[in-house]
Design a protein around this ligand. Structure first.
Ligand code: ATP
Ligand code: MG
Length: 574
């Protein structure tokens, strides 16, 4: 199999660009990654194309830099100097160190203890993009080793969230599938002297850890061996014993001070019921699972950084293969904490009724609010692969979404806090309104306009006698009176002037009572924002009542919304 002429030209261009940017030397893996990134249809066959790609890279690398530049100019005029527009700059992730095409395995390991949020989307998308970029595999591994926290509902919510996002794992598994394997590695580690069973009280453990001192449980190896069977055989009760890593109690890195590897938890596990009592901690399960699953590049957020030493120490002592570990920054927004730890209490105490409440950063909420998954992916990739804990403005995500939904959202009228307008002498007319200014496929709607209308309260409040305003797509009116409850006017001309206010309106005979939920920031500082959900009430045109839930609209001069039910929309963003 070989590359067609167009792709070959494209291949030369990306190779030239890469070499020109790097003093005349292109790198095969970068070129392969870029090719796979830009031509997803080739991803499946990249492996067989590699010899040909290598040949192109070698040929180009052999050319003098000046010749490379002129060839690039010839093949892609302007490319040598071209810069991508702002915002689209990082849509491609940087190459993965040590990645071999066709051999990369990444994994996304959520704990099914809540609904997935946009932080999970970031992790899952990065994991998936890398797997695809290198023609590798993505594992979705439910990290379910705490029966007290996990529920079937959450496994399902995570799977649904990923499906909505368009993240398609190649393998789906649960950490709990491997519970026996994990326990066996645990016993093994104890036998090797790499761990011990500690029966100290929690207070004592805490105290000694603070002081950097080991306890007797660790010093006495014979006892440790004796206790293994008791631990895994079920002689201890909850909180009576834990398995601890035989680390270094004086280590500067407190994560190495004999952390817990197994604990006894009495509870009903969603997959295994109550037949397992000794559960591995995240610290023990993660490295073993990554290693035995064949993960080559394990990625996680930066707050785990101090635990990397432990991750590798466990694999080292068990003589297991070590994946590469890569950190990225946690995604947070100002005023919208992206963490189950912050969301769950609001749900548990009833402040927020459901995980898809539009104020939340869960994927269910983004969906309900009218965001499209492509916008989330573009947003995540635009953040790039940084370690800096910056909070990107929420508006960045909104603008990715706006670009996608703007061309497909019909423009309709909603008037908030309506005020009646009586237009003296206005004739009854059936008007045809365009649903979109440029896209005729979004069609039109008919409205019977008479002499009574509603306009938004804010618009009414700004009117003065003698003002001339335009009722959008209808005609002008000239204001003759501005009583707070009734604006009176006369029919004006038809000429649209730049300076004239152009406002949306609803014919009095065409109204439906309507409300729009406007999600605001969930937190102000550390406090829950009691005004986080604003409700705008008013009238919409009757046409809106025919829209199905999920439909997207742009209420003119108000904002983009998703229809939630026959009388309610949710504001996506302005
Ligand atoms: P939470 O604080 O929401 O409970 P978590 O890290 O405990 O988060 P997990 O379900 O264990 O949640 O996370 C699965 C993966 O998602 C991990 O690899 C984690 O690093 C990543 N992840 C979680 N939250 C974020 C975030 N806000 N930004 C980026 N990645 C995240
Ligand atoms: Mg977690």
């Amino acid at each position: 199999m070989s590359i067609d002429a167009d792709t070959k030209k494209f291949l030369k261009v990306i190779t030239l660009k890469n070499s020109v940017e790097h003093d005349g030397k292109a790198q095969v893996d970068v070129v392969v990654a870029k090719l796979a990134g830009s031509k997803p249809e080739l991803r499946g066959q990249i492996k067989v194309l590699i010899p040909e790609i290598k040949a192109v890279v070698q040929k180009i690398n052999a050319m003098p830099l000046a010749d490379q530049k002129s060839l690039l100019e010839e093949l892609a005029p302007g490319e040598a100097a071209a810069k991508k527009p702002a915002g689209e700059q990082h849509l491609q992730l940087p190459p993965l160190e040590g990645a071999v095409h066709g051999k990369v395995v990444t994994r996304f390991p959520p704990e099914p203890n809540g609904y997935p949020h946009i932080g999970h989307a970031k992790a899952a998308i990065i994991d998936e993009e890398y797997a695809r970029m290198y023609g590798g595999k993505l594992i979705l591994r439910f990290d379910d080793t705490n029966p007290l926290k996990e529920k079937l509902e959450y496994y399902e919510a995570i799977a649904e969230g990923l499906e909505w996002l368009g993240v398609k794992p190649d393998i789906v598994k649960n950490t709990s599938d491997d519970i026996e394997l994990l326990q066996n590695y645990g016993k093994n580690l104890i036998e090797l002297g790499g761990a011990y069973v500690c029966t100290c009280s929690q207070d004592r453990m805490h105290d000694l850890r603070g002081k950097g001192l080991p306890c007797e449980c660790r010093r006495d190896r014979a006892t440790a061996l004796e206790r293994v069977d008791n631990m895994f055989g079920g002689s201890y009760g909850q909180n009576e014993a834990i398995v601890r890593f035989n680390g270094d109690m004086a280590n500067q890195n407190t994560a190495m001070r004999d952390p817990a590897l197994f604990r006894i938890i009495e509870g009903n596990h969603p997959k295994l019921g109550n037949r397992v009592r000794v559960w591995p901690t995240y610290d023990f399960a993660a490295p073993i699972e990554d290693s035995v699953d064949g993960v080559t590049h394990a990625m996680r957020t930066k707050e785990y950084e101090l635990r990397n030493a432990l991750y590798f120490a466990i694999l080292e002592r068990l003589n297991l293969r070590k994946p590469a570990m890569i950190e990225f920054s946690r995604l947070e927004f100002e005023g919208i904490p992206v963490s189950k730890r912050k969301i769950r209490p609001l749900i548990d105490n009833g402040t927020i009724k459901s995980w898809d409440d539009p104020r939340l950063p869960t994927l269910a909420a983004f969906k309900r609010r009218g965001f499209v998954p492509e916008a989330i992916r573009k947003f995540v990739l635009s953040l790039g692969f940084t370690l800096a804990e910056t909070k990107p403005p929420f508006e960045t995500l909104e603008s990715f979404n706006r670009k996608i939904i703007d061309p497909v959202s019909p423009r309709l009228f909603f008037v908030r806090n309506p005020v009646e307008v009586y237009v003296k002498g206005a004739k009854e007319a059936e008007v045809v309104l365009k649903n979109h200014p440029t896209d005729a496929s979004l069609r039109t709607r008919k409205v019977k306009a008479e002499d009574r209308f509603y306009i938004a309260g804010d618009d009414a409040a700004s009117l003065k006698v003698d003002d001339e305003i335009r009722l959008i797509e209808l005609h002008n009116i000239k204001i003759t009176g501005v009583d707070p409850r009734l604006v009176t006017a006369e029919v004006g001309g038809d000429e649209i002037r730049q300076s004239m206010p152009k406002i949306q309106w609803i014919a009095k005979n065409d109204i439906i009572g309507y409300k729009v939920m406007i999600p605001k920031e969930l937190y102000v500082g550390e406090e829950y924002n009691t005004n986080s959900l604003e409700i705008a009430r008013g009238f919409a045109e009757s046409f809106v009542s025919g829209l199905k839930p999920d439909a997207r609209v742009q209420f003119v001069r108000f904002g983009f919304c998703r229809i939630d039910d026959s009388q309610t929309a949710i504001m996506t963003h302005r």
